[in-house]
Design a protein around this ligand. Structure first.
Ligand SMILES: NC(=O)c1ccc[n+]([C@@H]2O[C@H](COP(=O)([O-])OP(=O)(O)OC[C@H]3O[C@@H](n4cnc5c(N)ncnc54)[C@H](O)[C@@H]3O)[C@@H](O)[C@H]2O)c1
Length: 325
């Protein structure tokens, strides 16, 4: 019997993780928490919880008898570069608070997504391995390296099993892009489906590793359920599925929308993207806990377009009904 607390549950990953955990463990086993909630109505308990407030986290863990935590509350890369102090406060202190509160009340597992942002300019960019050096140039990357080190410390010192993986850019249609550097990809799809042209903030030839959200959710559930003895690393596992540049994605989307056009106007996010790897070696995740991405880039493009078209039609229908009740 598990009671799973999710922090930052209203975000891109949380919105997709809640239904997956409910399907596996039942809705009474899942508690969603965030500082703000979207209008999506999840049929699970919701609690307003700020991860910068350690006592509040302790109260929830104690009162709800939380056994495990998916810690997703964070400020993502692009916002973090605009607000580095706040990003350290939420991502660094917030993660420390979650681990400290979990240690106090003997939580079993904490699952935390790390990021390709842990890597910096001192690595070869292709097929980067889990134990390659991590010298990030961004505040977001610094907070992710800190989280990885805290995961090792709290696991070895307090016996909690802190686990996770470094995600690349995650593509999904459920939540609009928020504050990540790889979000241009989702935004490009949304513009194409709405028959709007797109201004891309990265150069056309910027390669970044990516994956489709069902594979990311599957990876989170798999590492959650993995036997402790099979884990060689804590949060240092690399995962990804494919690599593309903005111009490669544009060509694929244009096959569905021949009139779609993209302009390139790189901004500060170009520097962030250039400090990250082009591709990851994720063999250790496959070997240790069965990571197995199912979606290729072509599958992802097709599925994104089918679902974004469905959402657009549903929204159009809602608009018509409101205008002509
Ligand atoms: N989405 C990606 O492409 C990606 C890639 C690599 C790693 N990650 C990591 O996965 C995790 C979840 O990311 P996401 O994509 O769902 O991000 P997101 O920005 O969509 O969601 C983050 C959530 O955290 C919440 N939050 C912010 N400050 C908080 C606070 N003080 N207390 C509690 N909650 C707070 C936000 O309200 C938001 O709902 C993060 O750790 C992120 O770094 C995401």
């Amino acid at each position: 019997m598990v009671t799973i607390l999710i922090t930052g549950s209203s975000g891109q990953i949380g919105s997709d993780l809640i239904p997956a955990l409910v399907r596996k463990y039942g809705k009474s086993s899942v508690i969603a928490s965030d500082i703000t909630f979207s209008d999506r109505d999840y049929d699970v308990e919701k609690i307003r919880l700020d991860v910068t407030k350690k006592e509040d986290i302790e109260t929830v863990i104690k009162e709800k008898s939380v056994t495990d935590i998916f810690h997703l509350g964070a400020i993502l890369s692009a916002s973090a570069e605009k607000h580095p102090y706040e990003a350290f406060f939420v991502n660094g202190n917030g993660t420390l608070n979650v681990m400290e509160a979990a240690a106090k009340y003997s939580v079993n597992r904490i699952i935390i997504p790390s990021s390709i942002a842990v890597f910096g300019n001192d690595i070869a960019k292709e097929r980067v391995k889990p134990m390659d050096s991590t010298h990030p140039t961004t505040m977001y990357g610094i907070t992710k390296v800190l989280s990885e080190l805290l995961a090792q410390y709290y696991t070895s010192t307090y016996g909690i099993s802190v686990r996770g993986m470094r995600f690349p850019g995650i593509i999904s249609y459920e939540t609009p892009p928020m504050a990540g550097t790889t979000d241009y990809a989702v935004d490009m799809f949304i513009h194409a489906v709405n028959h709007e042209n797109y201004k891309c903030y990265l150069k056309p030839d910027t390669p970044l590793p990516m994956m489709y959200f069902p594979d990311a959710i599957d990876a989170l559930v798999k590492i959650f359920e993995a036997e402790e003895r099979s884990l060689r690393y804590r949060m240092e596992y690399n995962v990804s599925a494919f690599t593309f540049t903005p111009s490669e994605l544009y060509s694929l989307i244009k096959e569905y929308y021949p009139d779609f056009s993209v302009e390139y106007e790189p901004d500060y996010r170009q520097n962030i993207a250039e400090s990250w790897p082009h591709s990851l070696d994720y063999f250790d995740a496959v070997k240790d806990w069965g990571y197995s991405p199912r979606f290729s880039l072509n599958d992802t493009v097709k599925d994104m377009i089918v679902n974004l078209e469905r959402i657009r039609k549903e929204n159009d229908m809602k608009k018509t009904l409101t205008q002509n009740p």
